[in-house]
Design a protein around this ligand. Structure first.
Ligand SMILES: [Zn+2]
Length: 330
């Protein structure tokens, strides 16, 4: 018999060995020969097989064969040492080819009919990734194919592309005043779950330092996540602050008096406590309700004089808007 490669001759011997319920040891493990003897060789069974590469023909041939097995493996086991994940993955490959989401129990049944062994659920499950990679290529290859795939879809079905999802972006500024997007994610919308996912991973993988300041709008979902127990976005680990432009428009939306919000913005920009007192008084004189509205925000969240240095002078989320406009173009 001739085989095209070492891999195929080894696979044939393995398959035969598993289905017969016997086992072998490898002798002389060399690249150009594959020589194995029955595990009980010399103890009642003389089975052996020796195969080699024939360079002239470019194929593998069986040179010595001493059959059949006269031994039997005493114990009936649920598994076989030669029934490794490679062999299982190869056996279930046709199944995965026709249906990549095939259920594990069908894989177990296939291995059973081929080799007469019932492999564990865990083993069958673990080989799934291996056989999927064999059939479709690995995740890396699939990912590389995405831009090409996308360009074809755009060409063929231009009307069917309706993008959904909301990008959440974190932007920072370095010591050289460079604006740097440090993390982004595409999610279903500005839900609490979405913000939780983003802020948790931002803290875990990117913003590992303590004492950082985070400026955002006053979205209720962000508030819920920041205030969640163990969020790591609370003092002293982090200081959450609001964008003054958003406070400006919130105020306008609440009271609908165009000229007054300028006074609110002035309060936010106060650099000292004295300055704050003067600006606060100016607003209070125009109406108690305005001052109470400002009190509810919380000083450290919006007034420069009380930021304990966390803002580094930044009063707005303009850096994010800047990156947003870049992303919109793309
Ligand atoms: Zn034997």
């Amino acid at each position: 018999m001739e085989y095209s490669s070492r891999k195929s001759v080894v696979a044939a011997i393995k398959s035969y060995t598993i289905s017969r319920g016997v086992d072998y040891n490898v002798y002389e493990p060399e690249p150009l020969t594959f020589y194995v003897k029955c595990k009980t060789y010399g103890n009642g069974c003389n089975w052996l097989i020796r195969t080699s590469l024939i360079r002239k023909k470019g194929c593998w041939e069986i040179w010595r064969y001493n059959g059949r097995h006269t031994c039997t493996i005493g114990t009936i086991s649920q598994d076989h040492s030669k029934l490794d994940s490679e062999t299982v993955a190869e056996a279930i490959r046709p199944l995965v080819e026709s249906d990549s989401s095939i259920k594990v129990k069908f894989k177990i049944a296939e291995v059973q009919s081929r080799f007469n062994y019932t492999i564990s659920y865990q083993k069958a499950w673990l080989t799934k990734q291996k056989s999927i990679a064999k059939v479709f290529g690995g995740w890396k290859d699939s990912y590389q194919a995405l831009p090409w795939w996308h360009s074809i879809v755009t060409q063929k079905m231009p009307d069917q592309l309706k993008y959904k999802g909301t990008p959440l972006v974190a932007v920072a500024q370095d010591g050289n005043q460079n604006i740097v997007p440090i993390a982004f994610v595409l999610l279903e919308g500005e839900t609490t779950d979405a913000w939780h996912f983003f802020l948790r991973n931002l803290r875990r993988h990117v913003v590992k330092k303590d004492g950082v300041g985070m400026i955002s709008d006053r979205h209720e979902s962000i508030r819920a996540v920041v205030n969640r127990f163990g969020s790591n976005w609370q003092p002293p680990r982090a200081c959450w602050m609001f964008c003054i432009r958003h406070i400006d428009s919130n105020f306008l939306r609440t009271f609908k008096i165009p000229h007054l919000q300028k006074l609110v913005v002035n309060i936010g920009y106060s650099r000292t406590v004295e300055e704050y007192n003067i600006n606060y008084k100016r607003l209070e004189e125009r109406g108690e309700a305005y001052a109470r509205w400002c009190d509810a925000i919380g000083l450290r969240h919006w007034v420069l004089a009380f930021d304990e240095g966390h803002r580094w002078g930044h009063m707005t989320t303009n850096l994010v808007e800047c990156i947003n406009s870049v992303l919109k173009g793309a």
